[in-house]
Design a protein around this ligand. Structure first.
Ligand code: SAM
Length: 277
């Protein structure tokens, strides 16, 4: 269930921690990146919206007085975040969230239809059981690039007219029977991703995170952002172009072959970073 931090060496080299510096890790997860930064004697303020990350964060703050943690979404972080030398945002779901069936993120393990990271006002079950057919189809198409969105939405509505759709397996089966299968990925991948992104308001949250990070970075401070989805990466790319950062490298950085071999999740990771002017 451990989460292997992605691009750990790159992130460490970019943020260049020293004992006198202060960093913020806006996506604590299991703390892989925070723990690495702390090894250099710097100060780390960490945040996450998932209440399940609190136990690991509490262990770390008991061990190291340079570490602090606040349970918060990006959009409500401003007042808790002190001005700092570097900020990391490692987006997406953690392995802990994906691997625990009771969180309802996984199409391959049965669980309640939830997909909430924490501090949510909406769950996947609400969308699937109460939205209009057209709205579900648009959601699957725009956030998941799902070509079979209309048919999937139609079948969701047909199914829920018999009984509420309450589990991940029920939803995955409806999606699977609505489209042609591609051997490379599970047929429900895009639909689950789309619903998860909406449930957690992920795109608005990223924009909030980048704006707040810019205001809280010192001049010359560094912002590193890891994304796993093309829409997210586009937002980050445009943001860096227009928001007063120097980019040493305009192209994103990808995980090395060795890292991808060890941690398949790093295959779709893209890292972009900039220095605040
Ligand atoms: C990929 S994991 C981070 C893993 C972490 N870097 C590590 O090494 O263990 C992403 C984390 O970001 C959190 N997260 C995602 N969106 C968030 C948001 N809007 N506000 C706060 N935390 C968020 C998730 O709950 C998850 O724990």
């Amino acid at each position: 269930m451990l989460h292997t931090p992605v691009m750990l060496e790159y992130v460490t080299n970019i943020l260049a921690p020293t004992p006198s510096k202060t960093f913020a890790d806006l996506t604590f997860g299991f703390g892989g990146h925070s723990k690495k930064l702390l090894e250099y004697g710097c100060t780390v303020q960490a945040f996450d919206r998932d209440p399940n990350t609190k136990a690991e964060a509490a262990k770390l703050s008991n061990l190291n007085s340079n570490f602090s943690f606040v349970l918060s979404k990006f959009s409500t972080i401003y007042d808790h975040l002190s001005v700092c030398d570097g900020i990391l945002i490692d987006l997406g779901v953690s392995s802990m969230q994906l691997d625990q069936p009771e969180r309802g993120f996984s199409f391959s393990k049965n669980g309640p239809l939830s997909m909430t990271m924490g501090l949510n006002s909406l769950s996947a079950r609400d969308i699937v059981n109460s939205w209009k057919e057209n709205d579900i189809a648009d959601l699957l198409y725009f956030y998941g690039d799902e070509r079979a969105s209309r048919l999937i939405a139609k079948n969701i509505v047909k199914e829920r007219n018999n009984k509420q759709i309450t589990t991940t397996t029920e939803l995955a089966n409806i999606v699977s029977k609505s489209k042609k299968h591609n051997k490379k990925i599970h047929p429900a991948t895009q639909s689950f991703q789309a619903i998860r992104m909406y449930v957690n308001d992920e795109l608005n949250e990223i924009v909030n995170a980048m704006n707040i990070a810019t205001r809280k970075l010192k001049q010359g401070g560094r912002l590193a952002i890891i994304t796993f989805h093309s829409i997210e990466d586009k937002l980050v790319k445009v943001f860096f172009k227009n928001s007063g950062f120097i980019l040493k490298k305009p192209q994103p950085i990808f995980a090395s072959h060795q890292e991808v071999e060890k941690n398949i999740r790093s295959r779709s990771a893209k890292l972009r970073w900039g220095i605040k002017i």
